[in-house]
Design a protein around this ligand. Structure first.
Ligand code: BES
Ligand code: ZN
Ligand code: ZN
Length: 471
């Protein structure tokens, strides 16, 4: 929990954000200040530890995106120290609102743990329970927003980290309903019969190998007065587990594939935070859900399926399943006449191979200003988007001999051909975010932690927030 305080009783675990030149702080003695000013000439992070106090200092000389991200990461280190030394509260001081908030964000996001499967949860639980902000520059609303976003990112991580044995499609739906109960959003869930009646052959096809029925979640939120707006529609890939299907993932390529619903978790939680913060906008979120398995009746290579928009697809690789379920969700999105559609999906290994964990792979046909705006917001949150080309040349390889399209291109530029495949299924201005590289990490990556990262939640929230103000 993050809160703003006006008075400091007895802070014993302290994090100061400074430009490294001035150090005007009543809680730090003159001697200590001299020590820090010297240390900060060479470092960005310094600390002093005594039996009764832990003082940590992070230096930030400006407020560029890079510096703000360094503050998050150094603050995450401070959070680790606070836990290592058993502190319950960390008090953050500083004069620049943006930097203090970034520090609080770094500490809060870093403090996430996924413990439900440990039998000694209590023993493992972090000591740190509270982040106190002592800074006049920081507004109460900003702290409130940070609490919402921390909750949303933690929740997205939880959903990703849950193994499919206890978090399948049915449980995902239940979880989303429960979440949305604390907001003004409406929830509608299409069940298998409705999905069949609508002819969503992509979602039904991928689901053929599963014993759990598919679902399509539709979330909607409109602030008062925004009900008639053309909505922003978010779409998230919800493959609860990706075995690859009969094109089974070999070796350890399957490990981590419980995270193949990261897009779904990200858009559900970004949507929840928008509704919770009551942003002045209209937003719809669509989440197609199924697992991708082998089974008596599962799709095989060569099958042809008919999608919701009537187009037929030759399935040449059952492991390229994400685009099949997203295609139906995207054409369904068009029925709500969106101003813009953004999807988030762990869609291709190619995206991960191209730029690793360092950025989201983005592409699309929405106007230049919208794409630039999204990229700018993403860079500011520390969730960079690297834009890839979206030329029509990449469509060529998706032509099938026997159907309208095939679900597999050449091996080259797989992240782009996947995006171009999806583009066939929407008439709206469209941005595709391939989060395969950033959504899950095997080892701790600063405040993103290990396991599910929730990357995308904060960017989508901030984008909606600015975008709705501009309309
Ligand atoms: N879920 C995977 C993509 C993925 C890979 C996500 C690694 C996260 C980490 C997706 O469904 C997939 O298997 N894609 C194939 C597509 C190929 C068969 C055209 C891939 O990228 O290999
Ligand atoms: Zn796959
Ligand atoms: Zn997949």
């Amino acid at each position: 929990m993050i809160k703003k305080i006006d008075r400091v009783e007895e802070a014993t675990c302290i994090l100061v954000i400074t430009d490294g030149k001035t150090f005007d702080n009543s809680v730090v003695t003159a001697d200590e200040q001299r020590y820090f000013l010297e240390a900060l000439e060479e470092q960005e992070f310094a600390f002093l530890k005594s039996p009764s106090r832990l003082i940590m200092v992070v230096k930030a000389e400006d407020q560029t995106d890079e510096t703000v991200e360094k503050v998050r990461r150094n603050a995450a280190k401070a959070g680790d120290s606070a836990n290592a030394n058993n502190y319950k509260t960390i008090t953050i001081y500083g004069e620049e609102a943006k930097l203090v908030l970034a520090a609080a964000e770094g500490v809060a996001l870093n403090n996430y743990q996924f413990l439900p499967y440990f039998s000694d949860q209590d023993k493992r639980s972090n000591s740190l329970k509270e982040v106190c902000i002592y800074s006049q520059a920081v507004a109460e609303e900003e702290v409130e927003k940070l609490n919402i976003l921390t909750t949303a990112v933690w929740s997205a991580r939880d959903m990703v980290n849950m193994p499919v044995i206890s978090f399948n499609t049915t449980e995902f739906v239940a979880r989303v309903k429960e979440m949305m109960a604390s907001s003004d959003a409406s929830v509608e869930v299409l069940d298998k019969a409705q999905i069949t009646a609508l002819g969503m052959g992509g979602l039904l096809g991928v689901n053929l190998g599963s014993t759990v029925p598919p679902a399509m979640i539709k979330l909607e939120y409109a602030a008062k007065g925004c009900e008639e707006q053309k909505p922003l529609v978010l779409v998230g890939k919800g493959v609860l587990y990706d075995t690859g299907g009969y094109n089974l993932k070999p070796g350890n390529y399957m490990s981590g594939m419980k995270s193949d619903m990261s897009g779904a978790a990200v858009v559900a939680n970004a949507f929840w935070s928008v509704a919770k913060a009551k942003l002045p906008t209209r937003i719809i979120t669509l989440i197609p859900l199924t697992d991708n398995r082998i089974g008596d009746n599962a799709l095989v290579s060569g099958d042809v399926i008919k999608m919701y928009n009537g187009k037929t697809v030759e399935v040449l690789n059952t492991d390229a399943e994400g685009r099949l379920i997203l295609a139906d969700a995207l054409s369904y999105a068009d029925t709500f006449h969106p101003a813009l559609v953004i999807d988030a999906a762990t869609l291709t290994g190619a995206a991960e191979r191209a730029i690793g964990k360092y950025a989201i792979v983005g592409m699309g046909n929405a106007d230049e200003a919208t794409m630039q705006h999204l990229k700018k917001v993403a860079a500011a949150t520390g969730e960079r988007i690297a834009e890839f080309p979206f030329w029509d040349d990449y469509k060529e390889v998706l032509k099938s001999e026997i159907a309208d399209l095939k679900n597999l291109g050449e091996i080259n530029a797989g992240m782009i051909t996947a995006g171009k495949f999806l583009e066939h299924f929407t008439e709206s201005p469209y941005i595709h975010l391939d989060i395969a590289g950033v959504s899950f990490t095997d080892k701790k990556e600063s405040y993103r932690g290990s396991g599910g990262t929730g990357v995308g939640v904060r960017t989508l929230f901030d984008f909606v927030s600015e975008w709705s103000n501009k309309r």
